[in-house]
Design a protein around this ligand. Structure first.
Ligand SMILES: [Zn+2]
Length: 401
């Protein structure tokens, strides 16, 4: 057993400790003890690294990313990137995320997403744990179906999506995700604004219900992309596990979302991006000004998710900006909870997201105090990252960007 200990100010995933000791076993990658000095048994010879002027947090979790690995923007460009190049660029993005303090991400539609997840799990590449949906589920003619191509070619090129129509095709698509090794099912219950600036509902309630039922039978959670009150009401009623984006939230729907314990992943940075095409859309403006307040007031479980896709407009690396954006509405402590313990619950990671004995030794140490200044989470302030007990830092030449 190889024991290492750190001492300093800690946010444990739920609350702040002015000073606490984190004791880990680098062999098993687990936390052996956490708490005030004196309450954690430190065998003679164990060196305690005291972190002055820094804060220890659980590893950050981004619940909504993609690895499109494209130098362009938009569905046609994403579709045209060869899979090998996408995988190699994706590996670079994963390394950047890890060095920025992210120890888990949920990817919701990526070419070869399950293979990126596998490569990280095997240790072939450095990166956060990837909870992959393998491919998203979308209706024929939805936003992920590049219309410039004949249908068969579109399906082949859009190899981050299964097109499916009708409850039985939807059930079969869920079975394919499970067969691929996907750990979550992603569905598009609406379009975005890609075609003419209007949002169209996608999938009928019957189709959404079939996807949820089949996914839950397979032990998989369901993440639903939904814009607009119609699609939001449908996915809430059908019992999905998380709502992605959630533009057009109303208090009545938010109360139902809270009552059912559904997570809400607002992906604010995507819409706040100056390059975002539909910035002037009323629904987008409202999302950036009101939706999170409604969610908070109604007791909705908000989770950090950026929808950074890894293309020219939304490159990976500064995903923490989503935490900053959410903190404006939730406050710093709640935004940090949304990016740690609550995100772990959303992803179904049972022993991650908290600094607790018996949990995985996933942590990030940043200079400063993100509870008083959330910008302390910026990658340039990251001192070191622990993932399953393994230390990554600039000092040790851990390929920090
Ligand atoms: Zn997305």
């Amino acid at each position: 057993m190889s024991v290492v200990a750190f001492e300093g100010r800690c946010f444990d995933g739920k609350s702040l400790h002015r000073s606490a000791v984190l004791k880990i076993d680098t062999g098993t990658g687990m936390i052996l003890g956490f708490g005030e000095r004196g309450s954690v048994d430190l065998p003679r010879g164990v060196k305690v690294r005291v972190l002055e002027g820094a804060t220890i947090l659980p590893g950050l979790i981004d619940a909504h990313v993609h690895f499109y690995s494209s130098k362009g923007k938009g569905v046609n460009e994403w579709a045209m990137v060869p899979e090998t190049l996408a995988a190699l660029r994706g590996a670079g993005d994963l390394r950047r995320l890890l060095h920025a303090g992210f120890t888990a991400v949920r990817e919701l539609g990526t070419k070869g997403g399950v293979h990126l997840a596998q490569a990280v799990a095997e240790g072939a590449i450095d990166g956060p744990e990837v909870v992959s949906c393998s491919r998203a589920l979308a209706q024929t003619g939805g936003d992920d179906d590049p219309p410039a191509f004949p249908l068969e070619l579109a399906q082949e090129l859009a190899s981050y999506t299964y097109f499916c129509d009708g409850p039985w095709e939807c059930r079969k698509a869920v079975r394919k995700v499970a067969r691929d090794g996907g750990r979550v099912v992603k569905l598009y219950a609406s379009g975005a604004f890609s075609r003419g600036g209007r949002v169209k509902p996608n999938f009928t309630a019957e189709e959404v219900r079939a996807i949820v039922d089949e996914s839950h039978m397979a032990g998989l959670k369901v993440a639903a992309h939904a814009y607009g009150s119609g699609p939001l009401a449908t996915v809430t009623e059908c019992g999905v596990d998380s709502i992605e984006h959630g533009l057009g939230l109303t208090a009545a729907i938010a109360k139902d979302i809270a009552r059912k314990g559904i997570f809400y992943v607002p992906t604010m940075v995507t819409y706040a991006n100056p390059a975002y095409r539909n910035r002037e859309n009323e629904m987008v403006k409202r999302h950036l000004s009101e939706d999170l307040s409604i969610a908070r007031e109604c007791g909705v479980k908000v989770v950090m998710g950026s929808d950074i896709v890894g293309d020219a407009g939304r490159p990976h690396g500064r995903n923490y900006e989503e935490i900053v954006a959410e903190a404006r509405f939730l406050g710093n402590r709640e935004a940090l909870t949304a990016a740690t313990s609550r995100a772990a619950d959303c992803l179904g990671l049972e022993n991650a997201g908290l600094l607790r004995e018996g949990f995985r030794a996933d942590a990030v140490v940043v200079r400063g105090d993100p509870l008083s200044s959330i910008e302390a989470l910026a990658p340039e302030n990251v001192v070191l990252v622990l993932k399953a007990g393994k230390v990554y830092s600039r000092e040790t030449g851990g390929n920090a960007p």
